[in-house]
Design a protein around this ligand. Sequence first.
Ligand code: PMP
Length: 438
Amino acid sequence: MTHVFPRHTKANPPVAAYGDGCYIVDTNGKRYFDGSGGAAVSCLGHSDPEVTAAIKAQVEKIAFAHTGFFTSEPAEELADLLIERAPPGLDRVYFVSGGSEAMEAALKLARQYFLEKGETSRHRVIARRQSYHGNTLGALATGGNQWRREPFSPLMIETSHIAPCYEYRGRLAGETAFEYGQRVADELETEIQRLGSENVMAFVAEPVVGATAGAVPPVEGYFKRIREICDNHGILLILDEVMCGMGRTGTLYACEQDGVTADILCIAKGLGAGYQPIGAMLCSAVIYEAVEQGSGFFQHGHTYIGHPTACAAALAVLRKLTGGLVDRVNPLGDALHAALTDAFGQHPNVGDIRGRGLFRAIEIVEDRAAKTPFDPKRGINKALKKAAFDEGLACYPMGGTIDGVHGDHVLLAPPFIMSEDQIGEVTGKLARAFKTVL
Ligand code: PMP
């Protein structure tokens, strides 16, 4: 009998006893390779001595001081380092406790920015159908994930959703990847015209899509066109790097690879690497100054913003990421991609193997040539999750419906500290799970 309100009510999960590098060990001594870091959280693995020491040292000095009265050394240093490495224009950091909170803050800051500028009708948000931005109401309304949205739809702000940039399913025969990207980006233009640009405040997107479809990178030129459309209409670009940021795709900020910058950028997960709950919203100097010179303060806040212990943990994480760890991500990611292609490239139920850095996914289909998905009733992703877990691999198989098409995929987001040898262990365990289920 448990009094914990479990996330998955039917599951009877093992009890995580301790962490050992890339492994989680349960109370029976069974070891699980953490193949997805929960969901792209544990970039340093589970027993990093420096992060642990930083947390201990901070708690011994002062665990918490409310930002209504104080700032703290770790918060100041963390913000400096984040901005020093950030894409051009981003200048200020607002710390929160997770990804959804970062997205809520982003939406409210966007709205307040336009109020400060006297553009009071700007309130509409445009996002994409293939997206997840969090489970709080504003973030949930922004995301396009129908299954998560539906029960709560009467509570939500009105949001528009345009096509995702999902080359595997969206690119037409005879169309180049570039042409495809421009075509779907232009849906933003059409939606802005329909709403009237004077009513639109922001476009929101994940540079590399995470939970809804599994590590979907944009095609070349897509985000440049999106940036151009936003600029033409004075609309803010909010990039959600909660999952794909903090080195996960090979650069500290994912958008660097697409040659664009955001007006507001959200990070979480890998920022605290699971050692502490922390997220952040970065914003441009232009936005910050409009607020500072207008009403003088951002009309938002939570008790734990800028939590010193969480910031101390994140600072220790970020020093490791920027001190060489992110440099491991692309070579390891390429090796992982090659190993996945070796193991699954010819599998009759594998439609696509994709991703960037250590953010990789396999899309599973019933018919490879026709790209026909499995009937969701077969619960392929759940069966794979269980079979992989039995093999001692924790990974993140997900299913979802986008534009009426069901998709099953397996997301891999292993720790950046993994060795080349462990790539073989991951693909071997996953291959045995595939054999059990498919
Ligand atoms: N945005 C994205 C892209 C995410 O993947 C997630 C979490 N999966 C969130 C926002 C929400 O973050 P959190 O669960 O920390 O609230």
